[in-house]
Design a binder for this molecule. Structure first.
Ligand SMILES: [Cu+2]
Length: 266
């Protein structure tokens, strides 16, 4: 191990070691952690989307912000790593034919590069659990309920309050209608094999499993029509398992449910 007190460690090495640790510890690492922590705590949309959907539900937006935090944290970690790499490459590059001072291990740096990643993982884990809890939370008293049944090869959306069924048939893809700004609890089941209920704009995907019921909430924030698809290869016509989600105002939703009461539509 490199001991700065060791008389065998020459002046230059001591200096180099000192410089190295002083560069790493206070500035690089602390600021990386600060950036990662701040990034994960941010909910502002001024940060780039990094190619992700912003989320058309409150749950999807939470996921989006978590993703942004992860992206920023990885940029910070990558940036610090490259800075250190280039520092070492230039500071300790071969200058002449002499063999450099041979040393073995550096306990402070080894502790640092073990502890800091653990801290980063703990921070990421903390924010992940917080967002996951939000995304999987199911309201005890939702405004609406809808049962989504996946089958080979289509979807059935059933609204128990009005006994309304929307089902895929022929070459029409079914449309899931949701009210904006209200909580809808989705009960997701499968009639046959494993399907994936995926709405990209909601940043949400969940297995539809035979013999198991999944429940989750959607709180749509924007009106519009969004595409949905099956995200699990479920058989020959898996690619035909398309659907759309139409988010409309609560008033429009009320009149839609009233007009569809008791009906079965495609
Ligand atoms: Cu499927």
């Amino acid at each position: 191990m490199l001991n700065p007190q060791d008389p065998e460690v020459d002046g230059e090495m001591k200096q180099g070691h000192k410089k190295f640790t002083s560069l790493v510890r206070p500035r690089g690492v602390t600021s990386a952690l600060a950036v990662a922590t701040a990034a994960l705590g941010l909910s502002s949309c001024t940060i780039p989307t990094f190619g992700a959907f912003k989320g058309a539900t409150t749950q999807g937006q939470s996921t989006f912000h978590l993703f942004q935090g992860f992206a920023l944290a990885s940029i910070a970690v990558g940036g610090v790593t490259f800075l250190l790499l280039f520092y070492v490459m230039f500071r300790f590059r071969k200058k002449d034919e002499s063999i450099p001072k041979q040393t073995h291990s550096n306990v402070p740096i080894e502790i640092m590069y073990t502890v800091i990643p653990i801290i980063i993982v703990v921070i990421l884990f903390f924010f992940t659990v917080r967002v996951e809890n939000k995304v999987v939370a199911v309201s005890p008293s939702p405004n609406q309920r809808v049962t989504v049944t996946a089958f080979q090869w289509g979807w059935k959306f059933y609204y128990p309050a009005t006994n309304t069924t929307v089902i895929a048939s022929g070459n029409t893809y079914p449309q899931l209608v949701l009210p904006q700004g209200e909580t809808t609890t989705v009960t997701l089941v499968s009639k046959d094999v494993v399907h994936g209920f995926y709405i990209p704009a909601f940043n949400f995907s969940r297995y539809a499993l035979p013999g198991f019921t999944n429940r989750f909430d959607f709180n749509p924030t924007t009106t519009g029509t969004f595409i949905g698809r099956c995200s699990q290869l479920c058989g020959l016509y898996h690619s035909e398992m398309l659907f759309s989600v139409k988010v409309i105002s609560p008033a429009a939703f009320s009149s839609w449910t009233a007009s569809q009461a008791g009906k079965v539509t495609a």
